[in-house]
Design a protein around this ligand. Sequence first.
Ligand code: TXA
Ligand code: MG
Length: 357
Amino acid sequence: MMVRPLTCSTRVLKIHPDTPEEGPLQEAAEVLLHGGLVAFPTETVYGLGALALNPEAVKRIYQAKGRPAADPLIVHGLDLPMLQPLTPLDLSRLEGLRQFWPGPLTLVVPRGAQVPLEVTAGLDAVALRIPAHPVARGLLATVKAPIAAPSANAFTRPSATEARHVLQDLSDRFELLLDGGPTLHGLESTVIDLTEEVPTLLRPGALTPELLQPLFPNLLLPAPRFEGEQVALKSPGTQLKHYAPRARMTLFKGSSQAVRQAMRDELEAHLALGLRVGLLLCEEDLLAFQDLPVELASLGSQTRLEEAGARLFGGLRLLDERRVEVIFSTLFEEAGLGRTLNDRLIRASEGRVRPVP
Ligand code: TXA
Ligand code: MG
């Protein structure tokens, strides 16, 4: 059997995000069919894909990302007929699913016998998603087989929302990157576990529980995480340190006025020590710090949480590129997309939340 080296040179092909060209799709499908890895845009974040039913190819995903073998992957399909053989659960019986698939929703369901245990990290459940991005769909339609793909970032790093983020982390660790520009949501899919009696939210994501209400009226929402908490890991990818920048990040929590003051005090103390500080904040808050020698990353207007979602991971990476040692940010109101933003921020800061009275 051919053993592939861990490094190879990564080719990058530009592709139109709305009307993807045949050429790059064909090339990417060839790579996958030969057991290789292809990174491609989805409407959430970039994914690093291999043919889901090829266990050797799937193992290479873990190697490329430095991802622990205990962390299962999402299987992407073009449509229900492509995914149905992967689970004994009758997907057509999930009324209302059509409203969200294709889209940023992942369902954890009982694993069908043909899904390799390498995909599910040994679990008897498999995560399934039908992506909406035309490039992801074009690739699935060309290769005509399900694709296992985690987010295309190195383990614990912020997810990649642009092709260059993928290269920052994984260059020369996979064969081909389809560069379809920035992704729409910038936050990963919402993961819901359907293997228990009551549907449970495993990972908040681009689709809010409020929007999912018609499909899952009794959805169980776990409480948000706080500092120092030890968490039981039902969904292995949900450990606290995740999406983390290199800098040490602290989140300020409180009223806008009090937070700005506390942040300024802390900032000045850090600057006095000669530390490089970055701020990841909404436009309205950033205005209050423009007089200080700090690196600024904007989350857009605080009135548009979708924009904050699209900018979050890129902002963390930007501050890393500027080599800041410390990042200050704030928590959002814990509702709607704010729940997802807070989840990512809390993990990126490894739970360092500073309540401001
Ligand atoms: O938006 C997304 O979901 C992106 C794009 C590429 O589709 N993918 C993504 O994959 O974020 P990844 O591997 O970074 O996150 C997958 C999440 C993890 O939290 C993992 O634990 C959970 O899904 N998951 C996957 N399979 C599971 C399973 N069998 N049981 C429980 N959780 C599972
Ligand atoms: Mg990930």
